[in-house]
Design a protein around this ligand. Structure first.
Ligand SMILES: [Zn+2]
Length: 436
């Protein structure tokens, strides 16, 4: 992979130089919690491994003079008060939870880069002898991944008010353990209230191949895809797979199969504009010689276009009825979670471009198809996600990797953006950006 101009990282006069060795050491330290063979990471939300990683971050906050806070959904914050209590707040961070058998960099790199960048800014402001114009809050959002508890982005959604706290606390994992119980179990049922910040920045691995193919070290997610996630049950009749005549079967899984195949065809009709999937299936009673009485499908529709998404939902609903009729079963839509498509903040994007151009690097504008906490935050404050290259575009897999020089370059641009906010306040993102 071409490293690009990032590799040497000349300190720019305008920047806050980060320490790549310190960044690498932090990344090593946090990777211990849930880390396995070949880069594998198993740090499900609110698990003992997550607790340990949170403990590491809490220790880091303590050692570096950040005031810790934990809210009722377990979001973990560290506040660095540099500009006095009334000053604007810039929040920066990502998530420490992982997918099962996931990788080390998804989420964790964003938290670690936030730590490094804020330290670099504090050092630079001290060196200059200038009082900062804003305070910083580092955040680790609860259950970003949606692997153990659905939906994803749970912590950031509660934080922004998009999800009700009580509803979120009542979500249950596959073993019936609720978020509230899991938070209690690891000691992260917090009582602190943290205000919506004046801006939010997240660094995240791209998790796609665009930057690597372009040979560029940095992108920004400028548009985000919307998603409609259905939890759909087909309800048939449990029967013996031997004697029951074929014509009399009410096979819930068969209806599910029609929908799975139909969704693939539906995506094909929209070229690259629509992604569809059924990623999880729960079959009851799940026995080789019993006609399935119930099949629960976890369906996803994703698009950057609200119109396409709405049309796809209509088509899905027709498809569900047709599949149920064809298999002679009933159905029940048990839940629909929707996330709207949209754009990230233009002012922060302009700031990212300015910071990167000081290093002679353009910022590639990307779409994010997957959800990110910054997408949640974009509903309540200016927000942006910086993206760093993923080797081979891999994410949610043990071989997930971002080259050390790309980690460091991303952290550097993050630090330079935070420095601009620390010196100019929010005017750093109001010029050039569209007003909100
Ligand atoms: Zn992530």
């Amino acid at each position: 992979m071409r490293a690009g101009p990032a590799a040497s990282m000349p300190p720019s006069a305008a920047g806050a130089p980060i320490d790549p060795a310190r960044l690498a050491a932090m990344m090593e330290a946090v990777s211990v919690f849930g880390g396995g063979e070949g880069g594998a990471m198993m740090r499900l939300a609110l698990s003992p491994e997550d607790k340990a990683a949170r403990g590491w971050l809490a220790g880091w906050f303590r050692d570096n003079g950040f005031a810790p806070a934990v809210d009722a959904i377990g979001n973990q914050f560290g506040r660095l008060e540099l500009a006095g209590p009334g000053a604007p707040v810039v929040m920066v961070g990502s998530h420490l939870d992982s997918q099962p058998n996931g990788g080390r960099f998804d989420g964790a790199l964003g938290v670690v880069c936030a730590c490094e960048a804020v330290l670099a800014v504090r050092t630079e402001m001290q060196r200059r002898g200038v009082a900062p114009a804003c305070n910083f809050v580092i955040v680790n959002w609860t259950n970003e991944e949606g692997a153990r508890f659905q939906p994803s982005l749970l912590g950031s959604s509660v934080f922004t008010g998009a999800a009700e706290l009580d509803w979120a606390l009542g979500r249950r994992d596959g073993d019936g353990v609720s978020v509230a119980q899991a938070l209690d179990a690891i000691g992260y049922a917090g009582v602190d209230t943290v205000a919506v910040p004046d801006a939010f920045l997240e660094l995240h691995i791209e998790g796609g191949p665009v930057l690597e193919r372009a040979g560029r070290p940095l992108g920004a997610f400028a548009r985000f895809w919307g998603a409609s996630k259905y939890r759909l049950a087909f309800i048939g009749r449990q029967a013996h797979t031997g004697p029951t005549p074929m014509a009399e079967r009410k096979d819930a899984l068969l209806a599910g199969a029609y929908v799975i195949a139909g969704l693939k065809d539906l995506a094909g009709e929209y070229g690259l504009e629509l992604h569809t999937s059924v990623g999880r299936l729960e079959v009851f009673p799940n026995s080789p010689n019993t006609v399935p009485g119930e099949a629960l499908l976890f369906i996803e529709l994703r698009s950057a276009s609200p119109e396409i998404l709405a049309k796809a939902e209509e088509r899905l609903e027709v498809m569900i009825s047709a599949a149920a009729a064809r298999a002679d079963v009933a159905f029940e839509v048990r839940a629909i979670d929707r996330r709207a498509a949209g754009r990230m903040d233009a002012g922060l994007l302009a700031l990212a471009e300015k910071a990167a151009s000081a290093h002679g690097v353009p910022v590639i504008a990307l779409d994010t198809v997957s959800g990110h906490d910054a997408v949640s935050l974009s509903a309540v404050c200016p927000a942006l996600i910086l993206a760093v290259p993923s080797v081979g575009g891999v994410i949610h897999h043990p071989t997930e990797l971002t080259a050390p020089e790309h980690q460091a370059f991303g952290a550097q641009i993050l630090a330079d953006m935070l420095l601009a906010l620390a010196t100019q306040g929010l005017s750093a993102i109001r010029h050039g950006g569209e007003s909100r």
